[in-house]
Every structure is written in structure tokens, then in C-alpha cells.
Design a protein around this ligand. Structure first.
Ligand code: SAM
Ligand code: SF4
Length: 313
């Protein structure tokens, strides 16, 4: 279905939990998040029904995210349910990778088509510093197991943090010489309580530091580049420096069952308790209310009161 700006809405991101086993400094406070009562979080059956209604409204691609989606018990069965919805063409999941050693093969068998794995540094000490409680080793093992399970063309998400990991841009780009991965550099967005970790760094810094990169077009909201002879690609995601709202095809559902037409707007529509045409009508209303653009800028702050771990990026 199209929104009022003529954008076709075909991509749903579902956050299944706001909890996480990491505390990345640009995403979550050190003390974690206030634990919601069990009853505030939608059951997988509720989320599945919301997703099915969104598919009836034109969604074709679903991404499961969080918090860390793999910490929620039953996640593999949930993915299987999503994949069985008639009309779902692509099922993706974003993870910090730490639980992939146990879950990559079951997720593949459940029908997950693609994985995005977050990796902000290739240095063990820095990894521990950024995530506060993760190890590089477990993340790398996660990537390895995902490949062994048959996930091809992995996407690695790297948030650009000025003064923190900017000296690794060249190393990350170099990975794409031998690996068929897409390394995606994401501009850090000022969300929640974590707006001051790392300086804002525009994504154009990447081709400036790696002049061998050649532009090869775009894919969704990512501008793509490649090293000559590189097996993989480099993607730049520029929510701050270059607004891509005109091409946005996304809606989001939070773990407490609210539809968010825009990542950075406070507008939310409660979906819980609705079913059948009432549920579809609410989703259609949300799509029609999708704002033309968000109002983030390098110095600005988001209009949403939610932190990134609640929405899922
Ligand atoms: N836990 C999973 C992970 O880290 O991949 C999924 C959820 S996480 C919120 C989804 C993506 O959002 C990750 O790639 C993460 O790096 C990114 N992210 C989190 N906070 C961000 C911020 N303030 N600005 C830009 N990206 C952010
Ligand atoms: Fe957890 Fe992902 Fe946020 Fe890091 S970015 S704290 S792994 S939700």
C-alpha cells in the first residue's frame, strides 16, 4: 500500500524485546533497561498476527530485531511462524551475533533468509569497551557459524563513532576484498540517553579515507561502493547527513505492540487487542499517518521518546 507521499510501504521491522545481553554505549545505558512486566510484552502469537495483518496491507519483507532478538526464548519458532505467512518474500534478522554459535543453524532451518550482524570494531579491548559486556571472540564466532550455516552475503553493521572506531574504517573496508560481505557504515543517531558517545562522523568520511572505493549504486537506503576486485561491498547509511525519507518503505512494530510509522517520530498506534479488519485498518491508518520526513540533523535530537534498543533501528 502507498502512503500519502506516494511511498510504497513494503518493509516491516518487528522489535521482539528491548532487552539485550550487551550495553553498547551508543544504544543503551550501563544499567540496562527497566524490566517490563511480562504482560506488557506481546506474545509471539500476537506479534505474528500483527505481522500477518501488515502483510495483508502490502508488506513483503520482515526484519526481526530488538534489543537483542536472540535473547528472547522461542525466537526460532517465531521466525518459522513469520516465514509461513503467505506473502512474506524475505525474512531477515539483525543481531549482535553473540548467540549465533547455538542459533545460526536453527534460524536458517526456520526460514530466515538473511542476517545483519553488528560489529563496530575488530579490536578485542575496544569491543569490550563499546559493548561493556561482550567479547570480540564470541561475535567473530557468531559470524563464522552464520556462514557455515549457509547465510550468504552477510551484512555487518558498523556504527561510525568519531574518536572511537574511525581509525578502523580502512580495516573494515579491507574485509570486503576477500569476503563476500557487505560492510555497512551507519551514522550514529542521537537516541535516548546515549547521545554523547563518540563524535558524529558523516558517512562520506569512508570514501574520503578509502579513495579506491568506487560507487556502484544503491540498495534500499544504502549507497553502495566496491573496492576494485573486491568480493564484497561497502554500504553507507546516512540518516543524519543525507535524508533518505523520500525512499523510506518501512513501518515498525514494538515489543509492546505499537505501530511506529517513523523511527524518529513519537507517533504510535496501539495494535494490541485488535484483530481481523480492525487490526488491518489500524495498520492502514498508521501508514497514512507516516510523516513525510524526520527532523534529525547532526546537532538535533530525535522526536521519539524511545531508545534504539526499544525500536530496533
Ligand atoms: N541487538 C541487535 C544488534 O545490535 O544488531 C539488534 C538491535 S540494534 C538496536 C540494531 C542496529 O541499530 C545495530 O546495528 C546497532 O548498531 C544500531 N544502533 C543502535 N543504536 C544506534 C544509534 N544510536 N545510531 C545508529 N545506529 C544505532
Ligand atoms: Fe544491544 Fe544491539 Fe543495542 Fe548493542 S546495539 S546494546 S547489541 S540492542
Amino acid at each position: 500500500m502507498q502512503d500519502q507521499c506516494g511511498r510504497t510501504i513494503s518493509y516491516l521491522r518487528i522489535s521482539v524485546t528491548d532487552r539485550c545481553n550487551y550495553r553498547c554505549r551508543y544504544c543503551m545505558p550501563a544499567e540496562g533497561v527497566e524490566k517490563h512486566a511480562h504482560s506488557e510484552v506481546c506474545s509471539f502469537e500476537e506479534l505474528r498476527n500483527m505481522a500477518a495483518a501488515a502483510v495483508r496491507c502490502g508488506v513483503k519483507k520482515i526484519r526481526v530485531t530488538g534489543g537483542e532478538p536472540l535473547v528472547r526464548r522461542g525466537i526460532v519458532d517465531f521466525c518459522r511462524l513469520l516465514k509461513r505467512i503467505d506473502g512474506v518474500e524475505e525474512l531477515c534478522l539483525t543481531t549482535n551475533g553473540s548467540l549465533l554459535p547455538e542459533l545460526a543453524a536453527p534460524l536458517k532451518a526456520a526460514g530466515v533468509d538473511r542476517l545483519n550482524i553488528s560489529l563496530d570494531t575488530l579490536r578485542p579491548e575496544r569491543f569490550a569497551e563499546i559493548t561493556r559486556c561482550g567479547t570480540l571472540d564470541e561475535a567473530l564466532r557468531g559470524i563464522e557459524t552464520a556462514e557455515a550455516a549457509g547465510f550468504e552475503q552477510l551484512k555487518l553493521n558498523c556504527v561510525l563513532l568519531g574518536g572511537v572506531n574511525e581509525d578502523e574504517i580502512v580495516d573494515f573496508v579491507a574485509l570486503t576484498r576477500e569476503k563476500p560481505w557487505q560492510v555497512r557504515f551507519i551514522e550514529r543517531m542521537p537516541m535516548g540517553v546515549c547521545t554523547t558517545y563518540g563524535a558524529y562522523l558523516p558517512a562520506r568520511t569512508v570514501p574520503e579515507r578509502c579513495p579506491a572505493l568506487e560507487p556502484i549504486g544503491s540498495e534500499g537506503v544504502a549507497s553502495l561502493y566496491r573496492l576494485p576486485e573486491g568480493k564484497g561491498t561497502v554500504g553507507l547509511i546516512t540518516p543524519m547527513s543525507h535524508e533518505f525519507c523520500g525512499e523510506c518503505s518501512r513501518i515498525r512494530i514494538t515489543a509492546d505492540g505499537r505501530l511506529k510509522p517513523c523511527l524518529h517520530s513519537d507517533a504510535e498506534l496501539p495494535l494490541r487487542g485488535l484483530s481481523g479488519t480492525a487490526l488491518e485498518d489500524a495498520i492502514r491508518r498508521g501508514i497514512l499517518e507516516k510523516p513525510a520526513q524526520h527532523h534529525l540533523c547532526a546537532e538535533g535530537v530525535t522526536e521519539t521518546h524511545r531508545a534504539m534498543n526499544e525500536i530496533g533501528g
